[in-house]
Design a binder for this molecule. Structure first.
Ligand code: IDP
Ligand code: MG
Length: 147
C-alpha cells in the first residue's frame, strides 16, 4: 500500500523569484496538509549528501551548486498516496514536458532550475523527511507536535 507522506523543497530559483506563495497555494489546492515546513539554506556538504543518488550523473556538480545558491523551503506533505499524487502535481522534470496545470509548468525555468523537488518513492520520502525534520518539528492535523 502506498504511504501518506512525501517530502518537497521549493528550490532556490523559485524562492528567489517570489514564488513561495504561489507554489504553497497550489499545494494547498491540491489537498496536501503541511506536516512540517522551514526556510533554510543548504551547505555544499548537505546538498551533496541529499543528492548522493545522482553523484554519477553528469549534472551532479551543477545540481549541488544550484541547490546551494540561495534559500529553499523544505516541507513534509500529507495526503493519501502522497508520493504519486505530488509527482503528478509537480509535473515532469523538464518543464517543457510538464503538463498544463502543474507546478513546474507554471514556475520552472529550466530542467535544472525546475522550481520544486518531490520524493520519488515512499522509502525516499522517509529518508528525505528524516534528513530535514526531527519529530518535534512535525505536527498532526490537530496541531500536536511530535508526529
Ligand atoms: P526529479 O526532480 O523530477 O525527480 P531527477 O532525475 O531526480 O528529477 O533529478 C534531480 C534534479 O536534478 C532535477 O529536479 C533537476 O533539478 C536536476 N536535473 C535533472 N536532470 C538534469 C539535467 O539533465 N541537467 C541539469 N539538471 C538536471
Ligand atoms: Mg528525483
Amino acid at each position: 500500500m502506498s504511504g501518506s507522506y512525501t517530502f518537497t523543497m521549493i528550490k532556490p530559483d523559485a524562492v528567489q523569484a517570489g514564488n513561495i506563495g504561489g507554489i504553497l497555494n497550489m499545494i494547498n489546492e491540491g489537498g496536501f496538509r503541511i506536516v512540517a515546513m522551514k526556510l533554510t539554506k543548504l551547505t555544499k556538504r548537505q546538498a551533496e549528501v541529499f543528492y548522493e543518488i545522482h553523484q554519477e550523473r553528469p549534472f551532479y556538480g551543477e545540481l549541488v551548486e544550484y541547490m546551494t545558491s540561495g534559500p529553499i523551503v523544505a516541507a513534509i506533505l500529507e495526503k493519501d498516496n502522497a508520493v504519486e499524487a505530488y509527482r503528478e502535481l509537480i509535473g515532469a522534470t523538464d518543464p517543457t514536458k510538464a503538463a498544463e496545470g502543474t507546478i513546474r509548468k507554471k514556475f520552472a525555468t529550466s530542467i535544472a532550475a525546475n522550481a520544486v523537488h518531490g520524493s520519488d518513492s515512499d522509502d525516499n520520502a522517509k529518508i528525505e523527511s528524516d534528513f530535514f525534520f526531527p519529530r518535534l518539528e512535525r505536527f498532526t492535523a490537530e496541531g500536536e507536535s511530535c508526529y
